[in-house]
Design a protein around this ligand. Structure first.
Ligand SMILES: [Mg+2]
Length: 389
């Protein structure tokens, strides 16, 4: 059987967000009142009427670069189309856009064959352990401890701390410069460990960003040793990832596993370098670096080296990859970001349901509907559409 792609469409619509970003892209008060944003949904359709969807996309980039590449091609030739798209990263096509298109192609195939994507990849499990991933700058150590305890009561078996990021916890005000607060960050870790005891696995992520942002190597070594005393499970992205040598030094100086690189471009290729240079003990990857096709390649690469691959962030694509991998390789699903008073369980348009409902034991269920398993509220999109057909 052969099919032909007829169109690659970016549907733009108005929606809202409650997550707040500053002009640096990182936030002091992560959760706040609603504000309007423009969002998009990418739709790939074939001459035969098959359809694949994914959230996101960039109309200008898709119309200029992706559409001319894909129209007339067989949507089941995902590997060839991925290689073609990856060659466009030297122009204006980001790995993130490739990821959106790749996931829409997988969605199309899953829907056509009436199976969830993890069954196409080769199914392994129907649920995955979730960790509660805190928002940054939640408040005092006490606030973090209360939040971790609330998550434990909800069923979570693990909690990840995002500490103070571009925020001065002493003066209690935004701190956009590169000053960091390792001692205050560790006070948060101590308070959380004291509160939840050994009942939760704890992870730590100082969310290193920007040129010169985040800890110095010396600070990261100190923080890592403190985390070891508190029996934390991983130390995530503790340094700027453009300097791989400092990661090699850090890994060799610490016992706690270092999880990285989270933000480095170069898809799974870069992750291969990080493994062989021993710049990370566990590898970080996400669908934003080329979609399900790229994440699956990365997971397989990690398996060959006996290195864990922990996926960054949630979403439908990650759940499908996790449904097709062993927990020995990809152990956790990141659920969040979470904070006191923030209603994570409520779906945000255009989704009718959240991707990751959780059972009482802290497991997220892998979607079993054909394709990615998204349920789109088309009435909402029609009412808020920016570029009606
Ligand atoms: Mg992170």
């Amino acid at each position: 059987m052969e099919m032909k792609i007829r169109d690659v469409e970016t549907i733009q619509f108005k929606t809202y967000s409650t997550v707040h970003y500053t002009r640096w892209g990182y936030q002091y008060d992560f959760f706040g009142p609603k504000y309007e944003v423009t969002s998009s949904l990418t739709r790939i359709v074939t001459e035969e009427g098959a359809e694949g969807l994914y959230l996101g996309g960039d109309k200008a980039v898709t119309d200029r670069w992706i559409k001319p590449l894909l129209v007339g091609e067989d949507p089941f030739d995902r590997e060839r189309l991925w290689q073609w798209m990856y060659s466009l990263t030297r122009w204006r096509v980001s790995e993130r856009i490739i990821g959106v298109i790749d996931m829409a192609l997988w969605d199309l195939a899953g829907k056509y064959f009436k199976v969830p994507i993890h069954k196409l990849l080769g199914g392994f499990r129907d649920r995955v352990k979730a960790y509660a991933s805190s928002g940054p700058n939640l408040g005092t150590p006490e606030v973090y401890a209360d939040h971790a305890e609330a998550c434990l009561k909800e069923g979570y078996k693990a909690y990840k701390i995002h500490p103070y990021i571009f925020y001065d916890p002493i003066k209690k005000r935004p701190c956009p410069d590169t000053i960091t607060f390792p001692r205050e960050d560790i006070e948060v870790c101590k308070a959380v460990r004291e509160r939840v005891g050994d009942e939760m696995i704890l992870m730590y992520d100082p969310w290193t960003v920007g040129a010169g942002g985040g800890y110095s190597l010396e600070e990261a070594l100190w923080v890592g040793r403190e985390l070891e005393k508190l029996n934390f499970y991983w130390f995530e992205q503790p340094l700027l990832e453009d300097r791989i040598e400092s990661y090699i030094t850090l890994c060799s100086g610490l016992k706690i596993p270092v999880l990285a690189p989270e933000m480095s471009g170069g898809s799974f290729f870069t992750r291969g370098e990080w493994i062989t240079r021993r710049a990370a003990d566990m590898i970080r990857m996400e669908c934003g670096f080329g979609g399900i096709t790229a994440v699956k390649k990365c997971v397989d690469l990690c398996e060959a080296y006996g290195v864990k691959c922990e996926l960054h962030g949630g979403g439908f694509g990650h759940l499908q990859v996790l449904g097709a991998t062993s927990p020995k390789l990809c152990e956790w699903f990141e659920r969040g970001l979470l904070g006191p008073g923030f209603d994570y369980e409520k779906p945000r348009p255009p989704l009718k349901k959240i991707c990751d409902p959780m059972d009482d034991e802290g497991n997220v269920l892998i979607p079993q509907k054909p394709g990615l398993g998204m349920e789109i509220d088309w009435d909402y999109i029609d009412e808020n559409r920016i570029n009606p057909p």
